[in-house]
Unconditional design. Structure first.
Length: 122
């Protein structure tokens, strides 16, 4: 079976700091998972088309919102970008631990990604 190179980058509060290493890796596909204000129930996750009209520059705790980051990668090299947004419980400024519903959603997404990745590399 063909092995697909896979790298996971954890951007934390400053994913824009990883743009150089991601560009150097030149992935064919990028999956961005981020907390986004979407007026939904806390922890609810949705698949977002970064090119879609419904995904504008939205609230972000990052210096560079996910939409701008996605656009930057699309202009830098040929790739497909998929985004998963998770609704945070609070969008107030200042450090707060993620709510239980957001952590649970993020863990479920991570398990699904790992399961899918194992299928790509086996």
């Amino acid at each position: 079976a063909r092995r697909v190179p896979l790298k996971i980058f954890i951007g934390g509060t400053a994913p824009e700091n990883l743009t150089g290493v991601i560009k150097k890796f030149k992935p064919s596909d990028i999956l961005i998972v981020d907390a986004l204000e979407m007026n939904r129930k806390p922890g609810e996750a949705i698949l977002i088309d970064p090119a879609g009209q419904g995904f504008g520059v939205t609230f972000s705790t990052h210096t560079m919102p996910a939409k701008i980051l996605a656009d930057y990668f699309l202009k830098s090299f040929k790739c497909r970008i998929t985004m998963i947004g998770i609704q945070p419980k609070s969008i107030e400024f200042g450090f707060r631990p993620a709510s239980k519903s957001v952590v649970s959603s993020a863990r479920n997404i991570a398990r699904t990604i790992l399961k899918a990745a194992k299928g790509l590399t086996n």
